[in-house]
Design a binder for this molecule. Sequence first.
Ligand code: G
Ligand code: G
Ligand code: MN
Ligand code: NA
Length: 254
Amino acid sequence: LALLAELREALGVDDQLVLALQPAVDLATGEPTGVEALIRWRHPRRGRLNPAEFVRAIEGSELLGAFTRYVVDKALAVAADWARHGLDVPISINLSARSLLDPRLPAEVAESLRRHQVPAHRLVLEITETVVMSELEVIDEVLSALRQMGVQLAVDDFGTGFSSLTFLTRISVDELKVDRSFVMKMAESPEAAAIVRTTVDLARYLGLRVVAEGVETADQRAALAELGCTAAQGYHFFRPMPSDKIVAVLRSLL
Ligand code: G
Ligand code: G
Ligand code: MN
Ligand code: NA
């Protein structure tokens, strides 16, 4: 496939695959609780490509390992830069479920943390439950090794998988991210509102952080605060931004 050949090339240069960064904020204080890294491909001829599309292509290819290493490395370079600016905000990256089947992942993450001198707890790995449940045995070991290193785990798109609750009894995690589909429908759908409320309560019972995703309006923000949700992310606060903007934004929030 032409796309994958170009991608292989892009992984070897420095400025085509870049991370867009989106802060999540504490709803009570406005302080940043973390920043999510989202991959963007600035293609020299085709312009901006849809990340969901090319990520799907990568996931089905043998480039996944190299791509995951690339994203981990770029994200930890960003975290190292923040440390130099006196900022200790954690950075989250999205991990394709299939990368968790690679037993080399923990050692690769450890090596990158060492090289960038970033403490493991500053790294949050966002995983989606659905795919993960199907291969839980294999993935258990990889996730346990990462957790033992001190890396944090977040369940992304929480509520959209088929086995969310079983997942929580098998893998210990640090954070739940309420899927934006529920946040968006909260006002019109009592079901969606109940799911958000239940997720917030569940996180509290389990001692986990909770972050509502896809918050686009002040009304959604107020409704979330009302439900006891402590942190949120979305266009209402910040759109994903280029890395040269993020330090000033984080400083302005502290
Ligand atoms: O910003 P948004 O359009 O970037 O993201 C589209 C989808 O791609 C989302 O599901 C998001 O989780 C996923 N995604 C974004 N960046 C990465 C990444 O670096 N690695 C993986 N595996 N998925 C990513
Ligand atoms: O799968 P994951 O939750 O990682 O995907 C994050 C996706 O959500 C990215 O594509 C990101 O650009 C997008 N995103 C972030 N904030 C908002 C928002 O407020 N509204 C919408 N529609 N998308 C958002
Ligand atoms: Mn995510
Ligand atoms: Na999500």
